[in-house]
Design a protein around this ligand. Structure first.
Ligand SMILES: Cc1cc2nc3c(=O)[nH]c(=O)nc-3n(C[C@H](O)[C@H](O)[C@H](O)COP(=O)(O)OP(=O)(O)OC[C@H]3O[C@@H](n4cnc5c(N)ncnc54)[C@H](O)[C@@H]3O)c2cc1C
Length: 217
């Protein structure tokens, strides 16, 4: 069965970009909106990122315009002690979920298609039931442009030698998964920088880790 609906805007992707776009409309316009995402909750890749991920900037500088992320406090413990709080990934996802449930949907102007695929040609297909909805939208907003992937969403893009164990950062959170005396961190961006203080790897073991990155610096 195919349903039909008409809206002013259809946002594809309920990550930070799609949520920020939809957030601006109810206060600025009287437009109607639909937002579609194949995930079960808003927040995009933050639903998949490793559990100890945090923002690298103060919470107040992230999220949507209408609702401040965090409580405006300074962290009192950890590597960020004394500085403006950095939301955890869980806080980011929770915030987006609250915005959807408490602001967007009660406004009566936003329809949310979770666990649904935008297939192009104005068609949304439920990944649960297979039901299709045809959306006649004046404007379609592609909020998938950044196409974010984190290591847990794909196999490594390098060859792993036989006998080596290669895990995404998500698995570090499971007890006993980091048994090796010597380990190698591949990639020297935000993720390993965040892993160091967060995963509880003892300093003596950290010194035995090697870090590789293909970027010049
Ligand atoms: C580990 C990590 C940490 C980061 N930390 C920070 C930070 O501290 N500060 C900062 O500013 N930025 C950070 N970023 C950058 C981050 O990518 C952006 O902040 C932002 O979250 C990206 O949001 P997005 O909506 O563009 O993408 P996504 O989060 O990827 O959302 C896109 C959504 O579109 C959905 N989608 C795609 N195609 C379809 C389709 N055809 N049908 C239905 N749904 C579809 C996907 O399921 C996804 O949920 C970080 C990124 C990573 C990976």
């Amino acid at each position: 069965m195919t349903n039909n609906m008409t809206v002013d805007y259809l946002a594809v992707g309920a990550g930070a970009m799609g949520m920020a776009f939809v957030d601006a409309l109810p206060t600025e316009t009287d437009a109607t909106m639909a937002i579609v995402d194949r995930r079960s909750r808003p927040g995009g890749h933050w639903n998949t990122s490793y559990p100890h991920v945090r923002l690298h900037q103060p919470s107040a500088f992230y999220g949507v315009y209408s609702r401040e992320l965090g409580s405006g406090r300074k962290d009192s413990v950890g590597f960020n002690a004394g500085l403006n709080e950095l939301a955890s990934g869980t806080e980011v996802v929770t915030s987006f979920d609250q915005i959807m449930q408490q602001d967007f949907l009660p406004s009566g102007r936003v329809q949310y298609f979770s666990m649904s695929e935008y297939e192009g040609n104005d068609t949304i297909r439920s990944l649960v039931t297979g039901a299709e909805t045809t959306v006649a939208a004046t404007t379609i907003v592609d909020a998938t442009y950044m196409n974010v992937t984190v290591p847990s969403m794909r196999p490594p893009d390098f060859t792993v030698a036989e006998g080596m164990i290669c895990i995404p950062p998500n698995d570090l959170a499971h007890p006993g998964v980091l048994p090796a005396e010597h380990h190698v961190v591949v990639g020297d961006g935000k993720t390993p920088m965040c892993d160091r203080p967060c995963t509880g790897v003892q300093p003596s073991r950290r010194q035995r880790s090697k870090r590789f990155d293909r970027s010049p610096r």
